[in-house]
Design a protein around this ligand. Structure first.
Ligand SMILES: Cc1ncc(COP(=O)(O)O)c(C=O)c1O
Length: 326
């Protein structure tokens, strides 16, 4: 018989799928690394399990402990699945701009959820960074995951996502394009791919309101770049340790409107029902088209599933209120 010992055994080995209509003007092959096939419906299952396993191994996470994390939802889902199988409790801290579906989903898998205001500085005591740290100090037998600076995040992608993409493309990949939040995905996959072939170009997708692109180009952390934005999962107002700027060749910024519109287009034109950062990622690929030639193989990674956005990017009333559609 062929079966997994538990749900964690189904993480990884996601398919690569060709994008056809949205990229028809491009000279090259564009393939999507389709991460919603993970059991928590996002790429984050991979790093969540790795962070837990590494914390168990060195004693930061003890039996019966409480896992505490600031998460936009997907990391929380991955952590919660592993916590259920392994017998831990979870408290997750979310910013209030995250979709209601993400909160509801975390409740569904047994986590306690604390919601914090988005429009405050990272070091404000009400921010989701500060609240998660405080809860970790106040809760006995707890472990604060800190996906931003936790090296196991990028290592998970170095050990699984990167090798899968290399193998699935038979080493023919020329460009990797992916949204950047904590930086775990781009840094882990990028490092692995560049070790196999240093000519592979690694492109990050950033948002307006985030510091990454300017910092990469100038070395300046410019606070004037920071303002609240709608796009979920990518861009930051901090520099996470998991973003390895040295392996990234460049960033392109995608507007909130384009990210949302292209999320709908992926669903309607490719049958790919995906999250908001996938819309930004595919629009980013189109923005980068001058960098691609006929024989290139571009892999774009899609992080999460559309079901988490039915109240927002897949709700036409919400899209009209934002001025994204007529
Ligand atoms: C939907 C979504 N897209 C993109 C990202 C960015 O991935 P990473 O944190 O690996 O940079 C995240 C991370 O939270 C996410 O949840």
């Amino acid at each position: 018989m062929e079966y997994a010992e538990n749900i964690l055994g189904t993480i990884g080995n996601t398919p690569l799928v060709k994008i056809n209509k949205l990229t028809k003007e491009l000279p090259c092959l564009v393939l999507a690394k389709y991460e919603t096939f993970n059991p928590g419906n996002s790429v984050k299952d991979r790093m969540a399990l790795k962070m837990i396993e590494d914390a168990e191994a060195d004693g930061r996470l003890q039996p019966g402990g409480t896992i505490i994390e600031g998460t936009s939802g997907n990391t929380g889902m991955g952590l919660a699945l592993a916590a259920i199988v392994k017998g831990y409790k979870c408290i997750f801290v979310l910013a209030d701009k995250q979709s209601k579906e993400k909160c509801d989903i975390l409740h569904a898998v047994g986590a306690e959820v604390v919601v914090c205001p988005t429009a405050v500085e990272p070091d404000d005591p009400r921010s989701y960074y500060s609240v998660s740290k405080r809860l970790a100090q106040e809760t006995t037998n707890s472990w604060y995951v800190n996906q931003y600076d936790n090296p196991s995040n990028a290592i998970a992608h170095y050990q699984s996502t990167g090798p899968e993409i290399w193998k699935q493309t038979e080493g023919k990949i020329t460009h990797f394009v992916v949204g950047v939040g904590t930086g775990g995905t781009i840094s882990g996959v990028g490092k692995y791919l560049k070790e196999q072939n240093p000519d592979i170009k690694i492109w990050g997708i950033d948002t307006y309101g985030s510091v990454f692109k300017k910092y990469h180009e100038t070395g300046i952390f410019d606070e004037k770049e920071i303002y609240p934005y709608v796009t979920e999962g990518i861009g930051e107002d901090i520099l996470p340790k998991n973003v390895d700027f040295s392996i990234i060749d460049g960033f392109t910024k995608v507007t909130d409107k384009d990210g949302a519109v292209y999320t709908q287009r992926l669903a309607k034109e490719e049958g790919m029902f995906l999250g908001n950062s996938a819309g930004s990622a595919i629009k980013g690929v189109l923005q980068l088209q001058e960098h691609f030639t006929k024989d290139d193989v571009v892999v774009v990674l899609f992080h999460d599933h559309g079901s988490r956005y039915v109240g927002k990017m897949f709700n036409d009333e919400w899209m009209r209120e934002q001025g994204y559609i007529d």
